[in-house]
Write a protein that binds this ligand. Structure first.
Ligand SMILES: NC(=O)c1ccc[n+]([C@@H]2O[C@H](COP(=O)([O-])OP(=O)(O)OC[C@H]3O[C@@H](n4cnc5c(N)ncnc54)[C@H](O)[C@@H]3O)[C@@H](O)[C@H]2O)c1
Ligand SMILES: [Zn+2]
Length: 384
């Protein structure tokens, strides 16, 4: 247990029905021009209309960047930040998933000539906030609306790298289930399992603490109880609302604690092979949880008690085993790919994967059971 901990949160969070109606009131009189960050998938799904209608009420000019890259490289993030800087906008509304929100968070600290995103990869601490941000997530999700993190791909390292700086925490967040109502089931499934990973990893992290436990366990319970219905039934608005809230809680848990070996070993799969973040995490979830189980048994049993399933396990080992099995079952039932073969990755890629994965010590160091290179190799082999 850590002896000191803290909790940093977005300035204000609005949720529930018609939460989008808050937008105009959040944009201060001092704001001259509003930049709207989004991508083609979100814009194509017709999700910009409602936020834009609210933005128009401010009477202020809006510049729309609707072609942001999915899971951006650091250069793509820099290009978006440069265009933002040139636009003269002084407030950012991000409407999208983690990719869009991360680009927006970076742009908010890059409206300067003093440093670029490349410098932030090695020296994240130098970033300063230049403009305020409003995050409206359309996936449930990364929890990026809650965290001080922005993840970019670094092609020369064949990795994804998390840039962490408190200045990137959103000023405002709006959680409106209308934004995820039509989320395609496939994206809902993998992004939902990403949130599940955030919850269980933070709950079993070396950095866990009372603040992160509160949010991680709450998120874990809500996701385990809602994810299947939320993905399968387009009209399951209550379950979708629960997923949106849970992914926010799981993001808060990341801020207070930190993810572990699932995310660490997942980074090369995104960075080199461009497997979507939620999918690579979903693949690694069961193998890493089984690996961690002997060390995290008491915590998994606590998670079991929180779910209070009808399984009626009594021994700690039974409870723990049930939780790990149930997470695996959820990934299977949601039809998320579970093998790297589907992405053309085979044994020949193993050495470089292990090397890159072991490089993510920022997160591997959070894993309660130490992960050696040999362990990493076995874990990757499990999903070959
Ligand atoms: N900053 C953080 O704390 C944090 C945490 C976890 C992950 N991430 C990063 O976030 C990125 C992944 O974000 P993501 O999983 O939200 O996916 P995403 O933002 O990449 O979106 C995936 C796809 O879904 C589409 N989409 C999004 N919302 C939609 C909607 N409502 N309807 C229809 N289509 C929609 C997008 O257009 C895109 O094509 C990765 O780069 C990952 O590393 C960041
Ligand atoms: Zn994640």
């Amino acid at each position: 247990m850590l002896t000191s901990y803290n909790l940093k949160m977005p300035g204000a969070v609005y949720g529930g029905e018609n939460a989008l109606h808050q937008i105009a009131g959040l944009i201060g009189d001092d704001v001259k021009r509003i930049a709207v960050f989004t991508d083609q998938g979100v814009a194509g799904a017709g999700l910009l209309e409602a936020p834009l209608e609210q933005i128009r009420k401010t009477g202020k000019e809006a510049v729309i960047f609707d072609d942001l890259a999915a899971e951006p490289t650091y250069e793509e993030a820099q290009a978006a930040a440069d265009r933002f800087k040139d636009s003269g906008a002084d407030f950012i509304v991000a409407v999208g998933g983690g990719s869009v929100m991360d680009a927006a968070k970076l742009a908010s600290v890059l409206a300067t000539d003093a440093y670029g995103v490349k410098e932030l990869l090695d020296h994240p601490g130098i970033a300063e906030k230049y403009v305020r941000t409003l995050m409206i997530p359309t996936t449930a999700g990364t929890g990026a609306e809650a965290t001080p993190n922005a993840i970019v791909a670094v092609p020369e390292k064949e990795l994804k790298v998390g840039i962490v700086n408190d200045h990137m925490i959103a000023d405002y967040v709006i959680l409106d289930a209308a934004m995820i109502k039509k989320l395609p089931a496939k994206i809902a499934a993998s992004t939902g399992v990403d949130a599940l990973c955030h919850a269980i990893e933070c709950f079993t992290s070396n950095k866990k603490n009372p603040f992160s436990d509160l949010c991680a366990l709450q998120a874990f319970e809500m996701i385990m109880k809602n994810i299947e219905k939320a993905c399968a039934d387009p009209d399951a608005l209550e379950e979708k609302q629960n997923m949106l809230l849970a992914s926010f809680y799981a993001g808060v848990a990341i801020t207070a604690s930190g993810t572990t070996a699932v995310h660490a070993l997942s980074y090369p799969l995104g960075g080199k092979y461009h497997i979507p973040h939620g999918v690579s995490n979903a693949m690694l979830l069961a193998p890493v949880m089984r690996f961690n189980e002997p060390v995290c048994r008491r915590l998994f049993a606590e998670a079991y008690d929180r779910l209070a399933p009808e399984a009626e396990a009594t021994a700690e080992e039974q409870k723990s085993g049930w939780v790990v099995k149930r997470m695996e079952e959820i990934v299977e039932r949601l039809h998320i790919p579970t093998s790297l073969k589907e992405f053309g990755i085979g044994n020949g890629d193993l050495d470089s994967l292990v090397e890159a994965g072991m490089g993510v010590q920022r997160l591997l160091g959070n894993n309660m059971r130490p992960v050696t290179a040999e362990d990493a190799r076995k874990l990757y082999l499990e999903i070959m």
